[in-house]
Design a protein around this ligand. Structure first.
Ligand code: ZN
Ligand code: ZN
Length: 196
Protein backbone atom coordinates (compact mmCIF):
# COMPACT_ATOMS: atom_id res chain seq x y z
CA UNK A 1 0.00 0.00 0.00
CA UNK A 2 2.68 2.62 0.85
CA UNK A 3 4.24 2.01 -2.57
CA UNK A 4 0.93 2.98 -4.21
CA UNK A 5 0.73 6.13 -2.10
CA UNK A 6 4.30 7.11 -3.07
CA UNK A 7 3.58 6.39 -6.74
CA UNK A 8 0.40 8.50 -6.63
CA UNK A 9 2.22 11.34 -4.88
CA UNK A 10 5.02 11.26 -7.47
CA UNK A 11 2.52 11.20 -10.33
CA UNK A 12 0.61 14.14 -8.83
CA UNK A 13 3.83 16.13 -8.30
CA UNK A 14 4.87 15.41 -11.91
CA UNK A 15 1.47 16.67 -13.14
CA UNK A 16 1.63 19.85 -11.04
CA UNK A 17 5.23 20.67 -12.04
CA UNK A 18 4.50 19.69 -15.63
CA UNK A 19 1.63 22.20 -15.59
CA UNK A 20 3.92 24.85 -14.12
CA UNK A 21 6.52 24.40 -16.86
CA UNK A 22 3.89 24.28 -19.60
CA UNK A 23 2.42 27.56 -18.28
CA UNK A 24 5.94 29.05 -18.19
CA UNK A 25 6.58 27.96 -21.79
CA UNK A 26 3.27 29.43 -22.98
CA UNK A 27 3.97 32.70 -21.13
CA UNK A 28 7.23 32.84 -23.13
CA UNK A 29 5.52 32.10 -26.45
CA UNK A 30 2.91 34.85 -25.94
CA UNK A 31 5.52 37.35 -24.71
CA UNK A 32 7.81 36.50 -27.65
CA UNK A 33 4.99 36.96 -30.16
CA UNK A 34 3.94 40.32 -28.67
CA UNK A 35 7.51 41.65 -28.43
CA UNK A 36 8.70 40.49 -31.84
CA UNK A 37 5.64 40.76 -34.08
CA UNK A 38 3.04 42.74 -32.14
CA UNK A 39 1.72 46.07 -33.37
CA UNK A 40 0.25 48.53 -30.82
CA UNK A 41 -2.28 49.56 -33.50
CA UNK A 42 -3.86 46.10 -33.67
CA UNK A 43 -7.45 45.86 -32.43
CA UNK A 44 -8.03 43.94 -29.15
CA UNK A 45 -4.38 42.94 -28.58
CA UNK A 46 -2.98 46.40 -29.36
CA UNK A 47 -3.16 47.82 -25.85
CA UNK A 48 -1.33 44.80 -24.35
CA UNK A 49 1.44 45.23 -26.92
CA UNK A 50 1.67 48.96 -26.12
CA UNK A 51 1.82 48.09 -22.40
CA UNK A 52 4.70 45.66 -23.12
CA UNK A 53 6.60 48.36 -24.99
CA UNK A 54 6.07 50.80 -22.13
CA UNK A 55 7.26 48.12 -19.72
CA UNK A 56 10.56 47.89 -21.61
CA UNK A 57 11.06 51.65 -21.22
CA UNK A 58 9.83 51.86 -17.61
CA UNK A 59 10.09 48.39 -16.07
CA UNK A 60 8.62 49.28 -12.69
CA UNK A 61 5.72 51.43 -13.87
CA UNK A 62 3.26 48.51 -14.00
CA UNK A 63 3.81 47.76 -10.31
CA UNK A 64 1.55 50.66 -9.50
CA UNK A 65 -1.55 49.23 -11.23
CA UNK A 66 -4.26 47.31 -9.39
CA UNK A 67 -4.48 43.49 -9.23
CA UNK A 68 -7.49 43.53 -11.52
CA UNK A 69 -5.91 45.86 -14.09
CA UNK A 70 -2.92 43.55 -14.36
CA UNK A 71 -4.83 40.28 -14.54
CA UNK A 72 -8.38 40.66 -15.81
CA UNK A 73 -7.71 39.58 -19.42
CA UNK A 74 -5.65 36.57 -18.35
CA UNK A 75 -8.34 35.52 -15.87
CA UNK A 76 -10.97 35.57 -18.64
CA UNK A 77 -8.64 33.53 -20.86
CA UNK A 78 -7.99 31.10 -17.98
CA UNK A 79 -11.73 30.66 -17.34
CA UNK A 80 -12.27 29.90 -21.06
CA UNK A 81 -9.50 27.30 -21.00
CA UNK A 82 -10.90 25.71 -17.81
CA UNK A 83 -14.37 25.56 -19.36
CA UNK A 84 -12.87 24.06 -22.54
CA UNK A 85 -10.95 21.39 -20.62
CA UNK A 86 -14.00 20.62 -18.49
CA UNK A 87 -16.32 20.36 -21.51
CA UNK A 88 -13.95 18.01 -23.33
CA UNK A 89 -13.26 15.84 -20.29
CA UNK A 90 -9.57 16.84 -20.27
CA UNK A 91 -9.57 18.83 -17.03
CA UNK A 92 -7.06 17.07 -14.76
CA UNK A 93 -4.23 17.92 -12.40
CA UNK A 94 -1.85 18.69 -15.29
CA UNK A 95 -4.17 20.95 -17.32
CA UNK A 96 -5.62 22.51 -14.14
CA UNK A 97 -2.13 23.30 -12.84
CA UNK A 98 -1.13 24.82 -16.20
CA UNK A 99 -4.18 27.14 -16.14
CA UNK A 100 -3.70 28.05 -12.49
CA UNK A 101 -0.04 29.00 -12.88
CA UNK A 102 -0.76 30.59 -16.26
CA UNK A 103 -3.36 33.02 -14.92
CA UNK A 104 -0.82 34.22 -12.37
CA UNK A 105 1.97 34.76 -14.92
CA UNK A 106 1.66 38.55 -14.59
CA UNK A 107 1.99 38.28 -10.82
CA UNK A 108 5.15 36.16 -11.13
CA UNK A 109 6.48 38.78 -13.54
CA UNK A 110 5.57 41.58 -11.17
CA UNK A 111 7.33 39.88 -8.25
CA UNK A 112 10.46 39.57 -10.41
CA UNK A 113 10.50 43.39 -10.63
CA UNK A 114 10.10 43.95 -6.90
CA UNK A 115 12.71 43.97 -4.15
CA UNK A 116 12.83 41.21 -1.48
CA UNK A 117 11.43 43.77 0.98
CA UNK A 118 8.45 44.51 -1.29
CA UNK A 119 7.83 40.79 -1.95
CA UNK A 120 8.02 39.58 1.64
CA UNK A 121 9.68 36.45 2.99
CA UNK A 122 7.52 33.76 1.36
CA UNK A 123 7.81 35.00 -2.24
CA UNK A 124 11.51 35.78 -1.76
CA UNK A 125 12.07 32.22 -0.51
CA UNK A 126 10.15 30.84 -3.53
CA UNK A 127 12.26 32.98 -5.86
CA UNK A 128 15.41 31.51 -4.33
CA UNK A 129 14.24 28.03 -5.37
CA UNK A 130 13.79 29.28 -8.95
CA UNK A 131 10.18 28.03 -9.10
CA UNK A 132 9.16 31.69 -8.96
CA UNK A 133 11.27 33.80 -11.31
CA UNK A 134 13.96 35.87 -9.63
CA UNK A 135 14.87 39.50 -10.28
CA UNK A 136 18.33 38.48 -11.54
CA UNK A 137 16.87 35.96 -13.98
CA UNK A 138 14.21 38.28 -15.42
CA UNK A 139 16.77 41.11 -15.74
CA UNK A 140 18.29 39.12 -18.63
CA UNK A 141 15.18 39.91 -20.70
CA UNK A 142 15.51 43.63 -20.04
CA UNK A 143 19.17 43.75 -21.17
CA UNK A 144 20.50 44.27 -24.71
CA UNK A 145 17.98 43.37 -27.44
CA UNK A 146 15.03 42.29 -25.25
CA UNK A 147 15.09 39.21 -27.45
CA UNK A 148 15.89 36.43 -24.96
CA UNK A 149 14.40 35.02 -21.71
CA UNK A 150 10.74 35.52 -22.66
CA UNK A 151 9.26 33.06 -20.09
CA UNK A 152 8.24 34.90 -16.91
CA UNK A 153 7.16 32.27 -14.38
CA UNK A 154 10.23 30.21 -13.37
CA UNK A 155 14.02 30.25 -13.77
CA UNK A 156 14.08 26.82 -15.43
CA UNK A 157 12.43 27.05 -18.85
CA UNK A 158 14.42 29.95 -20.35
CA UNK A 159 17.90 28.33 -20.07
CA UNK A 160 16.64 25.26 -21.99
CA UNK A 161 15.02 27.39 -24.72
CA UNK A 162 18.09 29.66 -25.00
CA UNK A 163 20.42 26.66 -25.18
CA UNK A 164 18.56 25.10 -28.10
CA UNK A 165 18.02 28.58 -29.62
CA UNK A 166 14.29 27.89 -29.74
CA UNK A 167 13.00 31.41 -30.51
CA UNK A 168 15.54 32.23 -33.27
CA UNK A 169 14.56 28.91 -34.89
CA UNK A 170 10.88 29.83 -34.58
CA UNK A 171 11.62 33.24 -36.14
CA UNK A 172 13.34 31.56 -39.09
CA UNK A 173 10.27 29.37 -39.51
CA UNK A 174 7.92 32.38 -39.40
CA UNK A 175 10.11 34.09 -42.03
CA UNK A 176 10.10 31.00 -44.25
CA UNK A 177 6.33 30.61 -44.05
CA UNK A 178 5.07 34.22 -43.96
CA UNK A 179 8.08 36.27 -45.10
CA UNK A 180 7.82 38.38 -41.92
CA UNK A 181 10.92 39.36 -39.96
CA UNK A 182 10.67 40.20 -36.24
CA UNK A 183 10.89 43.83 -35.20
CA UNK A 184 13.60 45.18 -32.92
CA UNK A 185 12.14 46.63 -29.75
CA UNK A 186 11.85 50.42 -29.68
CA UNK A 187 13.57 50.59 -26.31
CA UNK A 188 16.71 48.90 -27.64
CA UNK A 189 19.56 51.36 -27.68
CA UNK A 190 21.12 52.72 -30.86
CA UNK A 191 24.43 50.86 -30.51
CA UNK A 192 22.75 47.48 -30.24
CA UNK A 193 20.31 48.41 -33.00
CA UNK A 194 23.20 49.09 -35.45
CA UNK A 195 24.96 45.85 -34.57
CA UNK A 196 21.80 43.76 -34.97
ZN1 ZN B 1 9.43 41.90 -23.23
ZN1 ZN C 1 9.74 42.68 -17.04
Amino acid sequence: MPVTIVATALKSAASIFGGLFLADFISGLIHWFEDRYGNPKWPVLGHTIRANQEHHFKPRAFLAGSFLTRNKEVFVLGALFLAGFWATGTLNLFTGSAVLFGIFANEFHRAAHRSPKENGKLITALQKTGFAQSFQHHAAHHRMGKDTHYCVITNYTNPVLERVRFFPALERMVKAVTGRTPRLDESVNERYRKAA
